[in-house]
Design a protein around this ligand. Structure first.
Ligand code: FES
Ligand code: FE2
Length: 427
């Protein structure tokens, strides 16, 4: 349970709010590359933390993310002309470049240098493996772009989808930190061959570790004479990393589910996945079928997620197709912003509690002048190898800390292990 004050603090992200200030210090996904597919293509609307923006790819392929409303008298630049290295407003022809410079004000007298005195809102962007990331904080505090593993693998080893989640970002993010729902929400009665662990032990025990990147989350279940240990991670500020769809005992890569606030009652869910050693199979992007061209979900609150009560009796726990929609129904049906003064947390919520604490402490610290964690000021030579997510069977007498010591922060800094080395260590 949270106090009313903390629930407001952690869920509100508009400009000037403590959590809004915190998230703005990091690079977050802003849109997909496919939304601005080629030079001089139509711009795309982007809403982030209550800010109305447009993105465009200019004549040189540079990506601009600028305020949607024209600096002159506010017409939406979404309708603008993307031409000759700038976006031109359709009302009186003012033209803006990717950096927010006002290039032309053609309705003003010929000699006017009015445009030079103006600056239009513009944020830096970074494109990696189909995702355009943005930094919405103060220019003088801009960190380097983090060298995450999922941004470094070859493009054909990765996949990504985006959809609108119609509730506050924290409800989505908390779902990623909660391994116990795997035994219920996502259960499929007809295909339990890969889920005996979740069926057999629905009450995992949790360990959590505060790290330099956020919180490592470890859920342990009993399975025959072994422990089934599932590692996931909360990475600042809105990334949930999980071994979704990955085989037990494999260290082949993982998925990153990101919940970027659009405003306080909507967020963008990005599902990014990657494989270390192979290209992506077509069926791995199955969730695209669940998403409309405008990135709303086909199954949503207005059609009760197309729940089938007969299937709920015979096929699956929910009677709803696809885990994306299971998560959507579970989190959106809490209401646009869940009132956490009314909840009753249990032992199974230990990881959720740890992540909330980390986020709240970071936001309060920033308000008090302390710098947030996990800002990259010096380019890492390697990706962050201690952010790894996988599920592994371990003999009961072996503590996971001993078997997977390559995850510890100190091991990472001193001696980042290659994939081959960690695979050997885990075998
Ligand atoms: S409102 Fe855009 S140029 Fe006038
Ligand atoms: Fe889920």
């Amino acid at each position: 349970m949270l106090s009313r004050e903390d629930n407001d603090l952690i869920t509100q992200t508009n400009q000037g709010t403590p959590m809004g200030n915190l998230i703005r210090r990091y690079w977050v996904p802003a849109l997909l590359s496919e939304e601005v597919p080629h030079n001089d293509c139509p711009p795309a609307r982007v809403k982030l933390m209550g800010e109305e923006l447009v993105a465009f790819r200019d004549s040189q392929g540079r990506i601009g993310l600028i305020g949607e409303h024209c600096s002159h008298r506010g017409t939406s630049l979404f309708f603008g002309r993307n031409e000759e290295c700038g976006l031109r407003c359709i009302y009186h022809g003012w033209k803006f470049d990717v950096d927010g410079n006002v290039l032309e004000t053609p309705a003003e007298p010929g000699q006017s240098d009015y445009a030079k005195k103006l600056h239009h809102t513009a944020y830096p962007t970074h494109e990696a493996n189909g995702v355009i990331y943005a930094y919405l904080g103060a220019k003088e505090q801009q960190p380097l772009f983090p060298n995450y593993e999922w941004t470094q693998v070859p493009l054909e080893h990765s996949y990504v989808t985006k959809c609108l989640l119609e509730c506050n970002y924290l409800q989505g993010l908390e779902g990623e930190c909660d391994s116990s729902h795997l035994s219920f929400l996502h259960r499929n009665f007809t295909n339990e061959s890969n889920q005996p662990v979740y069926k057999g032990d629905p009450a995992p025990s949790y360990d959590t570790q505060d790290t330099d990147f956020g919180v490592r989350l470890i859920a342990t279940r009993n399975f025959e004479d072994q422990h089934y240990v599932r590692f996931s991670a909360f990475v600042m500020p809105v990334y949930g990393c999980v071994p979704a769809g990955r085989k037990t005992n494999e260290l082949e890569g993982y998925e990153i589910h990101t919940y970027v606030p659009a405003d306080d009652t909507h967020c963008w869910r990005y599902d990014i996945g990657f494989h270390r050693g192979r290209v992506v199979n077509p069926e791995e992007v199955h969730r695209r079928k669940q998403i409309n061209p405008d990135y709303t979900k086909v199954c949503n609150a207005r059609n009760n997620y197309l729940q089938d009560r007969h299937k709920q009796k015979t096929l699956s726990f929910t009677g709803i197709d696809d885990f994306l929609n299971h998560d959507g129904c579970a989190t959106e049906s809490m209401g646009a912003i869940f009132d956490r003064t009314k909840e009753h947390l249990g032992v199974s919520d230990k990881a959720v509690i740890a992540v909330r604490r980390f986020l709240l402490a970071s936001a309060k610290d920033l308000t008090n002048g302390k710098e947030p964690p996990h800002l990259v000021s010096e380019q890492a030579k390697n990706w962050f190898p201690h952010i790894d997510c996988f599920a592994h069977l371990v003999p009961r007498h072996v503590p996971w800390q001993k078997k997977f010591d390559f995850l510890t922060d100190s091991a990472d800094k001193e001696n980042p292990m290659s994939y081959a080395a960690r695979k050997k260590a885990a075998s």
